[in-house]
Design a protein around this ligand. Structure first.
Ligand code: PXP
Length: 238
């Protein structure tokens, strides 16, 4: 399983004082040195954390890969087609694009999402759709030529009882198996941390996890190198 680091929260801290530090680009380059397989940023319409300068500099400087999370809106699609990240992950930013839990509602927004995928494919950008572990949503993603899905793991991460966590893990496992049968790549993320990764690692069909908050927060206490190495160790334990 690979590990991509989401550095949005570094930009949240920078923007809190409208200053230059901490710079998410510098953080991302250090994270690469310490072994992450890629960097994820979410360029939001409201630019609440990552901005265009960050995305363009990351595109220039990264040696691994850049996964640009974004909504299916014309302004951001134009930026993506200009920057050409290694992957675009389409995510919901507005309530009506959501399922109740948080992934994209591909079924109800099929035309908009298909048009967006087509535009990004015209620029040779592979596209992932952030979805719930729901087989119907995954079927819809495959039908409109998504290359990958990213399974939303927030329900698993927020489960209060062990039984609920186990049930959700099983849904994720079945969703990953289903997606693989449809020849989709399978990523996963949201709310994964140092405690819940151990059980999560038992799922075989996930190619990559995208983790932000837990690692950025831990690095405040132990430094970037140690925070990343601890997560890489967890992910690499079989
Ligand atoms: N994947 C997606 C699509 C996300 O939107 C986020 C949160 O920005 C993550 C993964 C990472 O979640 P977390 O910060 O909880 O690790």
């Amino acid at each position: 399983m690979k590990f991509s680091l989401n550095v949005d929260h570094v930009a949240v801290l920078r923007n809190a004082r409208a200053e230059e530090n901490p710079d998410p680009v510098t953080y991302a380059l250090m994270a690469e040195l310490y072994g992450v397989d890629g960097i994820v940023v979410h360029l939001r319409e409201d630019r609440r954390h990552i901005n265009e300068r960050d995305v363009r500099l990351l595109r220039e400087q990264l040696k691994t890969k850049l996964d640009l999370e974004m909504a299916a809106v014309p302004e951001i699609i134009d930026i993506a087609c200009d920057v050409i990240p290694d992957l675009v992950t389409l995510v919901p930013e507005k309530r009506e694009e959501l399922t109740t839990e948080g992934g994209l509602n591909v079924i109800d927004n099929v035309e908009l999402i298909k048009d967006t995928i087509d535009q990004l494919h015209d620029s040779d950008i592979p596209v992932s759709l952030f979805v719930e572990p729901d087989l119907n949503q995954i079927d819809a993603a495959a039908e409109i030529n998504a290359d990958l899905i990213e399974i939303h793991t927030g329900v698993y991460a927020n489960a209060i009882t062990e039984e609920d966590a186990f049930d959700e893990l099983e849904r994720i496992r079945q969703a990953a198996i289903h997606a693989k049968k449809l020849s989709l790549g399978v990523n996963a993320g949201h709310g994964l941390n140092y405690s819940n990764m151990k059980e999560f690692m038992a799922i075989q069909d996930i190619d990559e996890v995208s983790i932000g908050q837990a690692v950025i927060a831990r690095s405040v206490f132990v430094g970037i190198e140690q925070a990343i190495k601890e997560m890489l160790n967890l992910i690499n334990i079989k």
